[in-house]
Design a protein around this ligand. Structure first.
Ligand SMILES: [Zn+2]
Ligand SMILES: [Zn+2]
Length: 231
């Protein structure tokens, strides 16, 4: 395994629980999740990070500040439980056209940034905290511009050069040019951009109140007008 997901999960959980002591979130790797392909009620968070790759053919290594990390998040309703599925996009060696996609390795600093950003995203989206994003560290000695033809995320259309992702709220305009410095958050729905149909207890009170108002209105109207019908 190219990253120790159980250590990542422990760190991630402690970051969440520093702010929300009763929250229980799991973090699992899942290579099958697709950008924008969330199930209903799930949300998507995309970030980029700094990582290092090794070619298994020529043993060359290269660094990239464009390693894309996709997370699908779900919080079980009316509980403190939540789950995150994480997919890290691979890259291919520029020199070996036949080579396979390689998974990156992350420094401890890069790992902390990834997990902190994810925890902040969850605390913001599910618990209403302010977002305190850690920016990608300034990187020196990068091996040239982003090699789009050998980036797995680029082939899937999720890789946007020079951006940190962007916020996509259901009420905003369709996905367009990402705004630098923000995060990509999508909501799992049948139609992209549609607000999830989730009724809170406050919604139910409002709907109930409107219904009672209409019943009373009809009853009063009937009391005042029933004699007219008998004539
Ligand atoms: Zn190679
Ligand atoms: Zn890319």
């Amino acid at each position: 395994m190219y990253l120790d997901i159980s250590t990542w999960e422990q760190t991630f959980q402690s970051l969440i629980q520093q702010e929300e002591p009763w929250a229980k979130w799991t973090l699992k790797l899942n290579e099958n999740i697709q950008p924008g392909g969330m199930a209903r009620g799930w949300r998507q968070y995309l970030q980029r990070a700094f990582g290092r790759f090794w070619c298994s053919s020529c043993h060359r290594s290269w660094t990239s500040a464009q390693v894309k990390i996709l997370c699908h998040m779900y919080r079980e309703r009316r509980t403190t439980q939540g789950q995150v599925l994480m997919r890290v996009f691979a890259q291919r060696c520029q020199k070996c056209s036949w080579s396979q996609f390689e998974n990156p390795e992350f420094s401890s600093d890069s790992t902390m940034r990834i997990l902190n950003n994810l925890a902040q995203c969850i605390l913001h989206n599910y618990y209403g905290h302010n977002f305190r994003k850690m920016p990608v560290a300034p990187v020196v000695g990068l091996d040239g511009p982003h090699d789009r033809s050998n980036c797995e995320a680029c082939t899937l259309g999720v890789c946007v050069r020079g951006s940190q992702g962007h916020i996509k709220k259901p009420t905003e305009s369709p996905p367009s040019t990402p705004k630098p410095g923000h995060f990509l958050i999508l909501y799992g729905n049948a139609t992209p951009g549609e607000v999830p149909l989730e009724l809170t207890s406050a919604d139910i009170l409002v709907i109930g109140g409107i219904a009672i108002f209409f019943i009373l209105f009809i009853a009063i109207w009937w009391e005042q007008n029933k004699f007219k019908f008998k004539l």
